[in-house]
Design a protein around this ligand. Sequence first.
Ligand code: HEC
Ligand code: HEC
Length: 423
Amino acid sequence: MLKRKTLFPWSISLTATVAIVVCWHLTEHSQLAAQAPSTARSQRSGAATASSADRLINQHAQQMIGQGRQIFRSDTFGSEAFWGDALQLHKAIAGEKNGGIGGGVSPKTALSVGLKVDADALPDALKQQLKENKVDLDDPATTVALLKLKSVVGVTGIFDNSGSLRSMGIQCAFCHSTVDDSFAPGIGKRLDGWANRDLNVGAIVSLAPNLRPFTDLLGVDVATVKKVLGSWGPGRFDAELDKDGKAFRPDGKQAGTLIPPAFGLAGVNLHTWTGFGSVPYWNAYVAATEMHGTGTFFDSRLADKTQFPVATKSGSSNTRGTPDRVTSKLAALHFYQLAIPAPKPPDGSYDKVASGRGNAVFGGKAKCATCHVPPLFTEPGNNLHTPAEVGVDAFQADRSPTHMYRTAPLAGLWSHQKGGLLS
Ligand code: HEC
Ligand code: HEC
C-alpha cells in the first residue's frame, strides 16, 4: 500500500496515534485486572462438572499453539520446488565456490537485504567467535553454514548427504518475523508476527539465476521482471502481481504493499490492506500461490478475466497442488497467529501525558475511533471502506475483489514505524 501523507486526510500525526493506542492499552489492562478475581471464582464453581472437558480444550490449545509456531517458523509447504528447484536461488546464495553460481551471497550482503539470524540457533562457540570478529562475514560459505544451522529466519536450506546446498524453501517468518537485534544488528531472538520492514524481497528474488517462472507467467522479459522486483524496496511485496499483472501504478510508481504485522489480529474480521478475507483465507492464498508451496486454494472471485487476467491464465483461483501440504496446517497456523499479541511499547518510550491528550482527540473530535474501534482498532463487522471515504486513491483497492480498504487494526503500531509507515 502506498500511504502518502498528502492523501491521508487527517492532520493527526502517527506519533499521536501511537500514543493514543498505547494509552488505551494501559487503561484496558487495569480494567481486566480488576475483573480477574470474579472470573476466577466462576471458573472454580464450574470445575466439578467441566474439568475434563476444560482440560481437553486447554491441552488442545497448547498443542495448536506449538504446532502453529512450528509451521509459522519452519514449514516451507514444499516451496523448495519453486525457490530452489525452479528459480535456483540457492545456487546464487552458495556461489560457484560452494557448488552454486556466481559470487554467492555473504552474510554481510544477506543482512543488508534484511535477512535476520536467530541467535538461539547458533552454537555458543560460534557466538563467541562472532563476538571476537573471528567469523568471515564476507564469505558465502558462512551463509551456507548459517543455513545449515537453520538460523536464517524464514529460509530453509535443503542439503544433500554430502552436505551441499541442494535447494531452499521459505516460511511465513521470512516476511512476518524479525529479531530483537540483541546479539548484533540483524541477529537476535525471534519476534514472530512483526513485519520485517528491512527485508528487500525484490532484491532477493532478482538474484535468482532462473526467472523464467515469472517471465512465462507475466509474458514479459527478464529485464522487465528485474525492474519490477527492483521497484519495491525494503519492507514491500506485491501479493497481487501474479493475479492481475499490474506491475506499476498508473503514475509509474511501484505497486507493492508494505508487509503488515501478523500480530494483534484476534477478533479482527477481514485481513490484508484490502480485506481479501479471513486469516485462514489469506494463509492458504499465500502458502499455495505466493510462496508456491503445494496445496489447495480456491476463490471463484479471482476467476475474473478482466480484473485478474494472470490468475485466469494460471488457474490460481482454483489451485490444487498435490500432495496438499497446506490445508492440514491451516487450523494450527491460524490459532498461533491469533495468539500473538500486539507488542507493548517499552516503558519510557512515549509521553504519557501527551498520549492522554491524544486519546481524547482520537475518541472525540477526530472521530478516529468510529472506524478504529477500541480495543480492536478496526470495526467489528464488515471492516471495509471505499477509497473515497478514507481519502486514499483506488489503485490497491481495485486489485482486491472487495474494491475497498480494510480499517487497519492499529494495536502495536509503534513497532512498525521502522522502514517507512506512511512513507
Ligand atoms: C514474501 C513476503 C510474505 C510471505 C512469505 C508471507 N507474507 Fe503474509 N503478507 C505479506 C504482504 C505483502 C501482505 C499484505 C498483502 C496485501 O494486503 O495485499 C501480507 C498479509 C498477511 C496477513 C494479513 C494481515 C492483516 O493485516 O490483517 C496475514 C495474516 C499474513 N500475511 C500471514 C502470512 C502467513 C501465515 C504466511 C505463511 C503462510 C505469510 N503471510 C507469508 C507478505 C508475506
Ligand atoms: C472512515 C473510517 C476511518 C476513520 C474515521 C479513520 N480511519 Fe484510519 N484507516 C482507515 C482505513 C480504511 C485504513 C486503511 C487505509 C489503507 O490501507 O490505505 C486506515 C489506516 C490508518 C493508519 C495506517 C495503519 C497502518 O498499519 O499502516 C493509521 C495510522 C490510521 N488509519 C490512523 C487514523 C487516525 C489517527 C484517525 C483519526 C484522525 C483515523 N485513522 C480515522 C479507516 C479510518
